[in-house]
Design a protein around this ligand. Sequence first.
Ligand code: SAH
Length: 375
Amino acid sequence: MSITPQFALLGLDQQELTKLAVEKQQPSFRGKQLADAIYRQRVEKLADVTTLPQSLRESLTGEGGEIGWPTILKRFVSQDGTIRYLIGFADGESVETVWMPEGDGGEAGDGTDAYEDRAERHSHEWHRATICVSSQVGCAVNCQFCLTAKLGVQRNLTAGEIAGQVLVVLRDQDVDIATERINLVFMGMGEPFLNYDNFMKAVRLLVSEVGIPESRMTVSTAGIVPRIEDFGREAIRPKLAISLNGSNDEVRESVMPLNRKWDLERLLGAARAFPLRNRERLTFEYVLLDGVNDAPENAREVVRLLNGIRAKVNLIALNPGPDIPYETPRPERVNKFQQILLDADIPVFIRRPRGRDIYAACGQLKRTEELVSLS
Ligand code: SAH
């Protein structure tokens, strides 16, 4: 076990790293060297940052400083190639981060083999991949269909812990950011807009220091209206997705109690006012719950709600879980719902569940260690 660092460098941007170096009577370019070592070369230990003079490394570690990488505690590998990582932090807390390769060789057969064979890993069978990132340990929002809600919220993640999840997975997968296409979705455990400042700082680190374009990032919110407004004013920001999940206040309130605080009128008001960029669309996610929000009438209500918004809709058939009091609708019902939106010229996609067999799919992240088979 590594010794818990008293302060972590991972999470500081170049300006803050420069300040640290200058305080130690070092030239300011040491800040850039530190940032490159941490965020580009993914060096694990301060002692291994050989671009820095040994005296600086020793002085920082002497004060309890370390880079402060999160630890991969466990990997769960799905038949479809998805990997759910259990990632631990210095205080013993943990979250989950999900790696979803596209076109992974493991999709057709056994994902485990594809992963364990290092030669195959290095050949990079995938052409692009998506990492799903957590923003809090647990969640306070209490959506009735989501397993993360069962944990309650333990704490916010720091910016370094949010960006650190991405770095740890990039390193584990040997990703070359310059040549490989990585998308980030901030849709893991937690509500990013209830940890807004740390989330935004992580975004800036990932854009400026790690080198992932913001256009390849999407954040999803349950609908924290004041933060949607703040988010619209950010110079650097991911794309925005809003979890709709109900087509009128009554049904949305029954599945997302937060609708009592910010109802559909306020939510859609913020959506309408949101300053979209050229060709950008707002994404609305809609979890289909059998017999609850998936009737044709609900679809028609969604069409009316989204009228005049440059939107696209992602339909997600419920991913089931223990103590979730809903059922997954049959495919015909999902298709019917989709057709009504299509007929109204709304771009609408049915999200393919990834990693359901290992509890890695949407709404299934609750640090499950024992794997039961979900048929
Ligand atoms: N807190 C944020 C991001 C995490 S949830 C939010 O609420 O948007 C990411 C997406 O998964 C949301 O759209 C949510 O509605 C959906 N989701 C949650 N539980 C689900 C489940 N059991 N099955 C399918 N989708 C689910």
